[in-house]
Every structure is written in structure tokens, then in C-alpha cells.
Design a protein. Structure first.
Length: 217
């Protein structure tokens, strides 16, 4: 069996510099948001010239793509680990909130306002779809009345977001409700919109999750 070749000192150095660049980028995003990301500012912080830094990332969009890819991969790994341990929708919802609270800037980069002028490549969309696949797998209905809103019929013909998952319309509806409603609570909480309202967002999120995770059909 042919083993993987060891990294050369040059390759290790390059990986270390790229990792530091990403750390500096996250610091910038935390301070002024993704639209304010500046490779030249990162270069100055690291004592490098702009052209030198561009040897590691060709431009702002490539750096953002790397950060977005890392963020989606992080959540995909969290969800897959939870599913492997037997987590249902309730478990996935709790895992989602813990992941979001652990790093709000990472959450907002992928689920907040899109960065103007930036378009993610196809492989990033593929990772995002992995996350939804785990949700769809856990969203099997548990019986109950049929949908009377017309949403099932609509989703039956508009299921691109589910990829090639074989979920029926009832599962699509349950997964979509789970995903959109929990992100609604999370986004408001992390943006500080509950501050001063006098209630615990964790209790609100838990109540919403309980309804979504245990609702029939």
C-alpha cells in the first residue's frame, strides 16, 4: 500500500501561513463584518506585503470561500456526528444552537446577509446540501393529519433544495419548517434583537424546537 507522502517543510509553512491568514480574517469579520474584509490589512498585521499575501490567497473571494467552506464543513461534521450517535430532530436542533453560539461570526457568514458581490462555488453548495440531507433523514413524519395548506403540493414540484433525497412532501415540509423556524430564532438571538425583552432566548428556542421535533407530520 502506498502511503500518503509527508509534507515538505515548505508545504507545512504554507499551511501555517494560510491558517494565520484565516484567523486574521475571522478577527476582521468579527470587528467589521465580511464586506469589510481586506487582504491588504491582513498583510500589514502579519508584516507582509500585499503581493506576498496574494501568493497564499488569490483574492478576497478565494479567502471568503475558504472561510465559508470551513464553516459549512464544521456544521456538517457536527450534524453527522450527532446523527451517528442516534440524534433525532431534537438532537440536531440542540447541536445547531450550540454550534451557532460557539462562534456567531461563523454562523452569520453562512446564514446571515450575503456578502455583496460574492458567489460561492458549487462545492460549497454541495457541503450545505450534506447538512440538509442529515435533517431530511431525521425528519420522517410520525403520522397525523395531512397537510391542508397546499405546501406539500408546492414542495413536490419545487424540491431542488433537497437534492436527490427521496423524501416525500411531508418529510420535505417538516424538514423545511425545522430549518427555517429555528434559524429565525437563532438569527434574532445572535443579532441581539431579544436584548431587553426580558425573556431567555434559550427557553424560546427550546419551546420552538419541542414543537418542531415532536409535531406530527
Amino acid at each position: 500500500m502506498v502511503g500518503k507522502a509527508e509534507e515538505t517543510p515548505r508545504e507545512r509553512y504554507r499551511a501555517q501561513v494560510r491558517a494565520e491568514i484565516k484567523e486574521r480574517a475571522w478577527e476582521q469579520i468579527a470587528a467589521s463584518g465580511a464586506p469589510g474584509l481586506s487582504l491588504n490589512a491582513i498583510a500589514r498585521q502579519m508584516g507582509m506585503s500585499g503581493p506576498a499575501l496574494y501568493r497564499y490567497f488569490a483574492g478576497r473571494d478565494e479567502l471568503i470561500t475558504e472561510l465559508v467552506r470551513d464553516a459549512y464543513r464544521s456544521l456538517a461534521d457536527v450534524f453527522r456526528a450527532a446523527a451517528a450517535s442516534g440524534a433525532d430532530l431534537d438532537g440536531l436542533g440542540r447541536a445547531l444552537r450550540a454550534w451557532a453560539l460557539d462562534d456567531p461570526q461563523r454562523y452569520f457568514l453562512v446564514y446571515g446577509t450575503p456578502v455583496p458581490g460574492y458567489h460561492a462555488p458549487d462545492d460549497v453548495t454541495t457541503i450545505a446540501r450534506e447538512i440538509m440531507t442529515v435533517v431530511l433523514d431525521a425528519a420522517r413524519p410520525v403520522g397525523g393529519p395531512a397537510d391542508t395548506t397546499g405546501l406539500d403540493d408546492h414542495l413536490a414540484g419545487h424540491r431542488e433544495w433537497a437534492g436527490d433525497h427521496p423524501a416525500d412532501p411531508a418529510v420535505l415540509r417538516r424538514a423545511l419548517s425545522f430549518w427555517t423556524r429555528l434559524h429565525g430564532v437563532l438569527s434574532l438571538e445572535l443579532a441581539g434583537h431579544f436584548t431587553g425583552m426580558g425573556f431567555d432566548p434559550a427557553v424560546l428556542y427550546g419551546a420552538e424546537l419541542d414543537r418542531l421535533a415532536h409535531a406530527v407530520r
